[in-house]
Design a protein around this ligand. Structure first.
Ligand SMILES: Nc1ncnc2c1ncn2[C@@H]1O[C@H](COP(=O)(O)OP(=O)(O)OP(=O)(O)O)[C@@H](O)[C@H]1O
Ligand SMILES: [Mg+2]
Length: 448
């Protein structure tokens, strides 16, 4: 095959260009080399075409992003936001959607009797999903950041972006309200337990069924008095505000182990329709700063429960002495945090201890603890009510049980938890409960 002949330029023509001036020569050279030469002419054409196409492409991209900005709206929900989980749960139950990537979220509950129940929710996984909500199409994009970690939970940072037409933007708020009420419906009639997780409060496990107040049997009148006091406090917001008194009230329930302190507070929360924030002061990595932050950021309608308040100080003292360093919360840290809790919302603080004698008087002064109540071992009246709660209408056997109890054990040393243990063991057999009363000779001691 013949090789293509290289382009030839008429140099003579260029040299003799009209007036022999440099500009005339350049002009002729341009015409000769570029215009009359088929290779250069074709290259130039291509170049012009390429530039035009590139410009057109930029134009299309710019105008489409302009149109996108004008016609579409995005809503970004980061995983740190409360509505993030509400939205995913809502979407997992929403029918009008097409999702090809699902992720599983397993709710695993181990019940008190050891049985396990699990619930799988198939939530939309990372990627794009389309859904139709009230006639409008929405594109849902769930993206996971490969590099950023949410430091509090250790999970990858994620965002969900919803995109829809500008005219349908009002549907976003409707959708979020719907997702929220769906999430709250799941909590209705339940008590949510919060525990501290880093600097914030996180729900601990699934919301629990409310415990009925009547199921915690305290000595005559105690439960009624506390409930009346708490309800009166919750109604007195204006009274406190008008007098400039911080709107908070602290309760201390003290007494031997297993007398129903924690159970009563849980039942009270259920009765008031409140949630519970539990803080364990003996936790090692709980510092004064964190305590202060947590206590000033309690979720609304929650009771703050500080369990075993004596433990934190004993442990700290021992550690400081034994190992020469201090860890955890300091006593003044706790006092400051308690005094600082003065939000506009009411603040109910419950504290429990088995050793009231170990508490510093500074903690016991009004304003920090306003109501103290001994919850002691079972009284005869409590034993009777508990027996009849487990074995309905067995009045005769109840008398027999009390007589045997008086004969065989020190009646003041039996805790309600021990009684519950005996009755649960003999669920349908009160006679056997009476026969095995001697098992109640336990370590529980009365304290006053
Ligand atoms: N007065 C009570 N009425 C009904 N049940 C009770 C009562 N006291 C204890 N129980 C039962 O005993 C168990 C332990 O009770 P709870 O945890 O409330 O005791 P506590 O006083 O908080 O003990 P601790 O001081 O060791 O924390 C629970 O299962 C609870 O149902
Ligand atoms: Mg307790």
């Amino acid at each position: 095959m013949a090789a293509p002949t290289p382009p030839s330029f008429d140099l003579e023509k260029i040299r003799n260009a009209s007036d022999g001036s440099v500009s005339g020569m350049a002009k002729t050279a341009f015409t000769e080399v570029v215009a009359n030469n088929p290779y250069f002419a074709a290259g130039g054409g291509l170049m012009v075409l390429g530039t035009a196409l590139a410009l057109a492409r930029t134009g299309v991209v710019r105008s489409s992003s302009f149109l996108y900005r004008q016609m579409l709206v995005d809503l970004e929900i980061p995983s740190k936001d409360k509505s993030y989980l509400w939205f995913l749960e809502w979407m997992s139950q929403y029918k009008n959607r097409s999702s090809r990537h699902l992720s599983v979220e397993t709710n695993f509950i181990q019940h008190d009797n050891g049985s396990i129940s699990t619930k799988f929710s198939l939530v939309p996984g990372p990627g794009s999903h389309l859904l139709r909500y009230k006639g409008a199409f929405m594109l849902v994009k769930r993206e996971r950041s490969g590099k950023m970690l949410d430091m509090t939970s250790g999970t990858p940072f994620e965002t969900v972006t919803l995109t829809t037409l500008y005219r349908d933007r009002h549907l976003f708020s409707q959708l979020l309200v719907e997702a929220k009420s769906l999430a709250l419906k799941a909590q209705q009639g339940k008590t949510v337990l919060y525990t501290s997780f880093g600097p914030e409060w996180r729900p601990f496990g699934q919301p629990r069924r409310k415990r009925m107040l009547g199921s915690v049997i305290l000595d005559d009148g105690i439960a009624e008095r506390i409930v009346t006091d708490v309800k009166d406090f919750l109604r007195s917001g204006d009274w406190y505000h008008n007098r400039g008194i911080p709107y908070r009230r602290g309760y201390l329930l003290y007494g031997p182990p297993g007398s129903g302190k924690t159970s009563f507070i849980q039942a009270l929360a259920g009765e008031l329709d409140y949630n519970i924030c539990i803080l364990n002061l003996s936790e090692n990595n709980l510092t004064d700063d964190r305590l202060n932050h947590l206590m000033n950021n309690i979720p609304t309608r929650s009771i703050l429960l500080l369990e075993d308040i004596d433990a934190a100080f004993n442990k700290r003292r021992q550690q400081t002495e034994d190992q020469g360093y201090t860890s955890g919360v300091t006593f003044s840290g706790l006092l400051n945090a308690l005094d600082g809790v003065a939000s506009a919302e009411e603040c109910l603080t419950f504290m429990t201890t088995n050793h009231p004698e170990r508490l510093d008087p500074a903690l016991l002064r009004p304003g920090r603890i306003d109501y103290k109540q001994l919850i002691s071992n079972a009284s005869e009246s409590q034993i009777e009510r508990m027996f009849l709660r487990f074995y309905e209408n067995e009045h005769e056997l109840c008398k027999q049980f009390l007589t045997e109890l008086r004969n065989q054990v020190d009646i003041n040393s039996v805790s309600t938890a021990q009684l519950q243990g005996l009755f649960v063991y003999n669920k349908r057999d009160p006679m056997n409960a009476i026969k095995t009363i001697s098992t109640l000779k336990g370590p529980s001691k009365n304290i006053v």
